[in-house]
Design a protein. Structure first.
Lengths: 361, 302
């Protein structure tokens, strides 16, 4: 397969950001597949894949270790290899705690903490932090050419990149100070809020928070170093940043805000990938010859219906194109008219992703 | 399953509209609010943060407070963060300190240290809105969150009750659990598009809403059902008549098949299903929302 935009420059990482419900995981997988079919050794890390997609990739949902995706069925000559993995934040966090806790007892203290056990899913940015941990693990494997990183659906563009800092904030020694013996006025106020809340509510959470944060003592440094390293990689030249969206009208504004806030944070995006773009419309004039007339009328009605949808889509694409900074590619991933159910479907999407820089048309 | 006082004709005071991204959640919520406003005064609360509801009605999204969208329809925006700010302003009476706190990193610690607090406060707000609506004989429609985030939000009541063995919070949490289980005050509308992925997500969510959260009133709104054009025989004729148009005919038939399958599976899961047509229009705006709200006329009654 011809080498595509994925290989331009020296990218080793494809970071896929974007709002929820646009088919981000599907697009990320298709891009990974494309790079693998072009000869690369590719790892695709997904966060929340649909069962259908797991089936398409032939993945077992029960593990968060990389699994090989069988590409031989596609009979593409010169194909490389592809591994896919589904991230399980809780399990990864458990593993990280077990690996980095100075003693077994300390690991146990964290894993048994009431707060952690009840709320680890809600705990600030834990899923995103864990994605970074896993990313570093994959990154340090020298035989991998490209890592495609799918991210959890984000409301705010910086949710993912800012998550490690939020977790670190919680684990920071300043948080311990806050809970143990703060000095600043605002710290005292925060502690007053926490203890008032605790007292009034009978939650008795403070003790647990304090214990939770304390149990990370000695691990904080390592956490902070790895988060900093991941951030360097993700914002460095080796990382290609893609924003994935879909062409619905109500998404345009959201996508624009997403791109602007990335820009404001100094994160340059390389391409906007618009997923599920409908194929071009056939010529209506051809229908003049169809008989009987009743069938011709139905075909005309069908054409009009789809033409209206296509018009709506084109308006969205135009607006997206206008809000995109100069030099940023705008690509389209085709709408298959059905949900991808096989590796061949993914390959079909992958094969046509590049061909449509909408602004050059 | 149904409570003794359950009246199948009464639409709940507050409808929490959820759905997979792209299923048309905001459009459906806006159409539902428009329809209900024809029966009683209605507030459309935008939790979605994108301001989609206001935009669909040709208005600028409100930052804070209410905007009037129609004679009996008002739009307001809700956010978990703002509820937390109000809470902290209440607890820390000295304005200077609470302001400094809200602007500082310390604030991050507070929110990080009390996961679920924001969601809890937001749910309390919904409960009081439903209470007000009952007193003033109004409706509230919430343009909610994606399905996953909505389930997280609703799970916070039980989560907090389990964490706090006793005390005020335990009581508050128990009240919230009663609120969401009360079919007169609270109902969830799951917006589903005729697609496999959306269907799976909706069925899973409906199961959890009913079994785990004990929510009595759950309806599925199947959005985007295309009117059939071709019979099977006609479709075959059409596809051979013009190969270039065959793709469009196939897509149309795929729409039909998908709608049939999704309708059947939602019904089999025991869900009340309300169908809305697919709009083959070049834009979605006020006229289209009005059209959708008209098609709710016989399906959603007071």
């Amino acid at each position: 397969m011809k080498r595509s935009f994925i290989h331009r420059g020296t990218h080793r990482l494809l970071l896929c950001l974007g709002p929820g419900g646009v088919g981000k995981t599907t697009t990320a997988s298709a891009l990974g597949l494309r790079a693998a079919l072009e000869g690369g050794a590719v790892d695709v890390m997904t966060v929340d894949p649909a069962p259908r997609l797991l089936d398409a990739l032939g993945l077992d949902a029960g593990t968060s270790e990389p699994q090989a995706v069988a590409l031989d069925g596609l009979s593409v000559s010169g194909a490389g290899s592809m591994r896919a993995l589904k991230l399980d934040p809780k399990r990864t966090f458990d593993a990280v705690v077990e690996r980095y806790a100075p003693t077994r007892a300390m690991a146990g203290a964290i894993l048994e903490n009431r707060l952690y056990r009840n709320l680890s899913e809600a705990l600030a940015g834990i899923g995103d932090y864990m994605a970074m941990e896993k990313l570093l693990e994959l990154y340090d494997n020298p035989s991998t050419d490209l890592i495609v990183l799918d991210t959890p659906p984000a409301r705010e563009a910086l949710d993912f990149l800012g998550a490690p800092e939020r977790l670190l904030d919680l684990l920071n020694s300043r948080a311990t100070t806050l809970l143990g013996g703060g000095l600043r006025l605002s710290d005292l106020a925060a502690r007053a809020v926490l203890s008032a809340f605790d007292r009034v509510t009978g939650l008795h959470l403070l003790g647990d928070v304090h214990a939770f944060v304390r149990s990370f003592e000695g691990m904080y440094q390592g956490f902070a170093e790895r988060a900093a390293r991941a951030r360097t990689i993700l914002t460095g030249p080796e990382c290609m940043v893609l924003v994935i969206t879909s062409p619905e009208e109500l998404r345009v504004e959201e996508t624009g805000a997403f791109i602007r806030s990335l820009d404001k944070a100094g994160i340059a995006i390389d391409a906007l990938v618009v997923n599920r773009v409908a194929p071009p419309m056939p010529d209506q004039l051809r229908l003049g010859k169809v008989k009987p007339a009743s069938l011709q009328n139905k075909l005309r009605r069908n054409w009009r219906d789809f033409a209206a949808l296509k018009e709506r889509e084109s308006a969205s694409l135009r607006m997206l194109g206008e809000m995109l900074p100069q030099g940023v590619m705008m690509l389209a991933a085709p709408d298959l008219g059905r949900e991808p159910r096989s590796l061949a479907d993914l390959a079909e999407i992958a094969g046509t992703i590049e061909s449509a820089d909408l602004r050059e048309r | 399953m149904l409570g003794e006082n359950y009246n199948p004709m009464a639409w709940p005071r507050l409808t929490f509209v959820i759905g997979k991204g792209g299923a048309g959640k905001s459009t459906v919520a806006t159409a539902l609010a428009t329809h209900l406003a024809g029966i009683r005064p209605t507030v459309l609360a935008d939790l979605d943060q994108r301001g989609s509801a206001a935009r669909l009605l040709g208005l600028r999204p409100p930052d804070d407070g209410m905007v009037r969208a129609a004679q009996r329809l008002d739009i307001c925006s809700l956010s978990a963060r703002r509820e937390l700010e109000h809470f902290i302003e209440r607890i820390v009476p000295v304005r200077m300190i609470s302001n400094r706190m809200l602007g500082s990193r310390t604030f991050t610690y507070v929110t990080a240290a009390l996961p679920g607090l924001q969601a809890f406060l937001l749910l309390s707000r919904l409960s009081s809105m439903a209470g007000e609506a009952a007193r003033e004989d109004r409706y509230v429609v919430v343009d909610g969150l994606s399905t996953g985030a909505s389930l997280e939000l609703l799970s916070v009541a039980a989560g907090v009750r389990n964490l706090a063995g006793a005390g005020t919070l335990n009581r508050m949490a128990a009240e919230l659990e009663t609120f969401i289980a009360d079919p007169n005050r609270f109902g969830v509308a799951i917006v589903v598009s005729p697609q496999e992925l959306a269907l799976r997500e909706a069925l899973e969510a409906a199961g959890r809403l009913r079994d785990q959260f004990r929510i009595d009133r759950v309806v599925a709104i199947l959005n985007g059902v295309a009117a059939p054009v071709f019979t099977k025989v006609e479709a075959e004729q059409a596809m051979t008549a013009d190969p270039e148009h065959a793709g469009l005919v196939r897509r149309r038939m795929d729409f039909d098949a998908a709608a049939r399958r999704v309708r059947k599976e939602l019904g089999a899961a025991g869900l009340e299903v309300i169908e809305l047509p697919m709009l083959f229009t070049a834009a979605i705006g006020q006229a289209e929302v009005a059209r959708l709200s008209r098609s709710l006329r016989n399906k959603v009654t007071a």
